[in-house]
Write a protein that binds this ligand. Structure first.
Ligand code: OSB
Ligand code: MG
Length: 373
């Protein structure tokens, strides 16, 4: 299919509740939406870069630049056969995985539509068992003003039916918070995410958590580190999960080789897209490393593609893929609901992403728009 035109939208949506992490507080979610047009079909992608280079060095501005000046020109007019094709076309650009992932996602969507397959079916083609129809999910809770408020927020999500809770920690807001959560909810799967806020010399803090039976500890150390994580791992009982440090299947291979983690949070956007994400899934499955699908407060466009990835056989741990209402009051695509009885979300089964784009709402939240042909 000849790639005829690509539209780019810079959108800004208010979050239902502020999202605090060790790197900052977010109230408004800016991101980029990409529409790829070919042979009467439209494939959608989401670039999850934010206004600040907090989680990643990429921002909505750098992603707009890299997409409009380099990645989109490398794509226009090309004959897209399979989504894997775009990986090669984008290879002259180093880094910028979040920008690349938006194109990669749109390529999976549009080729799945052409094939009459859901994105989950297309991604799951290599596996005899096919995609799962519903996937286990949890909820990631940002930092709250106090421990009591955190406990209340946890309880509110449990009432809605979430079966796994992730708490954000940072120095000074860690062990007491984790202990209070464990005391209040003795059997709940609880995990902690530090977003790189600690150093190896803080190991005693994590050793003090050994008795809390945590599901895992996510990215405690440096955002580019794997070595110190490999040192920390044998010092603690909690399974160690990497997020920020893993940008490719090669990074995953290096981390596994030196014993840096038990689990990898696979965010398709952080690893340049779904083709690379599936490679990491395969690598981890072969090595006995647990995987789950991470999130970046996506709109329904990105969420649909996260669910498709999470439907692959190796994703046995619950993902950070929550219901739309947890993020946005009025999203730009079909909202996703939680199945409260088993903490799952249904994987879309219609062709491609399988969501409807609300064109009026997309227009209402768009700050800047351009078309490339
Ligand atoms: O570290 O997993 C993270 C959100 C933004 C940036 C980084 C992270 C997160 C989350 C939220 O934890 C996951 C979600 O619900 O989308
Ligand atoms: Mg994380």
């Amino acid at each position: 299919m000849k790639v005829e035109r690509i539209d780019l939208f810079h959108i800004s949506q208010p979050l239902v509740s502020p999202f605090g992490t060790s790197f900052g507080m977010q109230l408004q979610r800016d991101s980029l939406i990409l529409a790829m047009h070919a042979e009467g079909l439209t494939g959608w992608g989401e670039c999850v870069a934010t206004n600040d280079p907090g989680y990643s060095y990429e921002t909505v501005q750098t992603a707009w630049h890299i997409l409009s000046d380099f990645l989109i020109p490398a794509l226009l007019g090309k004959d897209l056969q399979e989504p894997e094709d775009v990986v090669g076309w984008m290879s002259s650009v180093r880094g910028h995985p979040l920008a690349k992932a938006s194109i990669d996602q749109a390529a999976w969507d549009i080729t799945a539509q052409r094939d009459g397959l859901s994105m989950a079916q297309k991604l799951a083609a290599p596996y005899p068992q096919g995609p799962r129809q519903r996937v286990k999910v949890g909820v990631s809770i940002g930092t709250q003003p106090s421990i009591d408020e955190t406990l209340k927020v946890i309880n509110d999500y449990l009432v809605k039916g979430y079966g796994r809770i992730k708490l954000k920690i940072k120095p000074g807001h860690d062990i007491a918070l984790a202990r209070a959560a464990r005391n209040a909810f003795p059997v709940l799967p609880i995990m902690l995410d530090a977003n790189s806020a600690y150093q190896l010399k803080d190991a005693a803090i994590f050793q003090a958590m050994d008795e809390l039976n945590l599901l895992m500890l996510e990215q405690p150390l440096g955002y580019e580190d794997i070595y110190d994580h490999s040192q920390l791992r044998p010092m603690i009982k909690s399974p160690l999960c990497l997020d920020e440090s893993i940008h490719s299947a090669d990074h995953a291979r290096f981390a596994i080789a030196i014993g840096a983690c038990d689990i990898i949070n696979i965010k398709p956007s952080r690893v340049s897209g779904w083709t690379e994400a599936r490679k990491i899934h395969d690598l981890c499955q072969a090595a006995g490393i647990g995987v789950w699908v991470g999130g970046m407060l996506e709109t329904g466009i990105g969420r649909a593609a996260q669910l498709a990835l999470a439907s692959l056989p190796g994703f046995t741990l619950p993902g950070d893929i929550s219901a739309t209402e947890r993020y946005y009051a009025h999203d730009i695509a079909t909202p996703f609901m939680l199945n409260g009885e088993d903490s799952t979300i249904d994987v879309p089964s219609k062709p491609g992403l399988g969501v409807e784009i609300d064109a009026k709402q997309l227009k209402a939240v768009t700050l800047r728009q351009d078309s490339f042909a």
